[in-house]
Write a protein that binds this ligand. Structure first.
Ligand code: DGL
Length: 258
């Protein structure tokens, strides 16, 4: 195995949402080492101007590459929309994997149905998501919905609370009345809210997120570059977070274990 293959994979998010992607990566590639960075001190990214999100993302990725990452997973739909093109231009030899809302499988598997796309404001307004929607708008009825304030329930450790239930009932009222067939969890924080959303929308709704697909794509790119690790023991995960209180770090580890 080459020295490069034994280096860690960096996983970056605006906060703890990226843990939902890290879990899929670890499930598929448990023999890799990971550097996880959550930028909780600057979260949420979803309501910030695109240039700001790009600059925050570029800075963190530079830091992770300085720490010796062999590949970077931008485990954030918002940061991907804002920065993946610039990152690929700047680091053409490093595998850079981004996240995009899982609109394709949701539309294709629910033809003629109603698909709710839950994502941040920045994600739903960027060309990446718009283009994806244009491609599948004839397959299913696509309903984009940005949800300011929603990721904070994950960051603040408020899963399965009455407060979250009330927030979701307000946000999703039109879809309780007029049900949807599927929900795209287009922000990496939202898979942690899946049970709470299902409780509000009813048991039949199907969920789609990009985590498992991103893990498969990462595996494929590492294999192509012959930089998959060949450890026979489980890899290490080094958790980092910009929140100086230590609370986000503790919660990140707990979310990973869920
Ligand atoms: N986790 C991020 C995403 O996938 C965004 C959350 C935020 O607004 O910072 O879009």
């Amino acid at each position: 195995m080459t020295k490069r293959a034994s280096l860690p994979i960096a996983v970056f998010d605006s906060g703890m949402g990226g843990i939902s992607v890290l879990r899929e990566l670890y499930k598929l590639m448990p023999y890799e080492d990971y550097l996880f960075f959550g930028d909780s001190a600057n979260a949420p990214y979803g309501g910030r101007p695109v240039e700001q999100v790009r600059s925050l993302t570029m800075d963190r990725v530079a830091q992770l590459l300085d720490m010796g990452a062999k590949a970077v997973v931008v485990a954030c739909n918002t940061a991907t929309s804002a920065a993946i093109v610039s990152l690929r231009e700047k680091y053409p030899t490093i595998p850079m994997i981004g996240l995009e809302p899982a609109i394709k499988p949701a539309a294709v598997q629910n033809p003629g149905g109603r698909v709710l796309i839950l994502a941040t404001e920045l994600t739903v307004n960027q060309p990446k998501c718009r283009l994806l929607m244009e491609r599948y708008e004839r397959t299913a009825t696509l309903i984009p919905l940005s949800a300011p304030g929603l990721m904070e329930f994950v960051e603040r450790d408020l899963l399965h609370t009455d407060e979250l239930d009330a927030f979701l009932r307000r946000l999703l009222a039109p879809y309780i009345e007029n049900p949807v067939d599927a929900v795209v969890l287009g922000c990496t924080h939202y898979p942690f809210l899946r049970d709470d959303i299902a409780k509000v929308l009813g048991g039949k709704v199907k969920f789609y997120d990009g985590g498992a697909g991103t893990a498969r794509e990462t595996h494929y790119l590492l294999e192509q570059d012959a930089i998959l690790n060949d450890y026979t023991h489980k890899g290490q995960i080094h958790f980092m977070n910009s929140d100086p209180s230590g609370k986000s770090l503790e919660l990140s580890k707990r979310l990973f274990q869920l």
